[in-house]
Design a protein around this ligand. Structure first.
Ligand SMILES: [Zn+2]
Length: 134
């Protein structure tokens, strides 16, 4: 049996074993806000199993860093080419790695095959590529 744990701000934090959730409630760290309808029996008492508990104190959750992989980037951008809006399934570095571009979330976009093969057709070049002053 599993229970959803909400932060005091009602932001979902995760799913834990119902027995652990009951311990949070019994120790005064959380309150039950929805019950599953099931009951847990111990030697001396019967407890309604919570399906959702709310932490009584807000806990600060550090931002989870999502590793930059081909799969995670395609999911993040929904397979949409950043240059033409069509279906894309390759990654492109906005500042090419050869020119010092980093493999980081702020330099990686999704591109379609056409955009990858014919970069001169899309507006992605730096000013110097167009013969303009930088
Ligand atoms: Zn494209």
């Amino acid at each position: 049996m599993k229970t959803l744990v909400l932060n005091a701000s009602y932001e979902p934090l995760g799913v834990i074993a119902t027995r652990r959730a009951i311990m949070l409630v019994l120790s005064g760290k959380a309150s039950t806000i929805a019950q599953s309808g099931a009951q847990l029996h111990s030697r001396s008492l019967v407890l309604d199993a919570p399906s959702v508990v709310l932490l009584n104190q807000f806990i600060k959750v550090p931002h989870r860093r999502i590793p930059l992989t081909r799969k995670s980037a395609l999911e993040r951008y929904g397979h949409v080419c950043a240059y033409c809006g069509k279906y894309g399934d390759t990654l492109d570095h906005v500042i090419p790695r050869a020119r010092g571009g980093t493999h980081t979330w702020d330099n990686v976009v999704v591109a379609c095959l056409l955009t990858e093969l014919t970069p001169e057709l899309v507006v992605r070049s730096s000013r110097s590529d167009w013969g303009l002053a930088a």
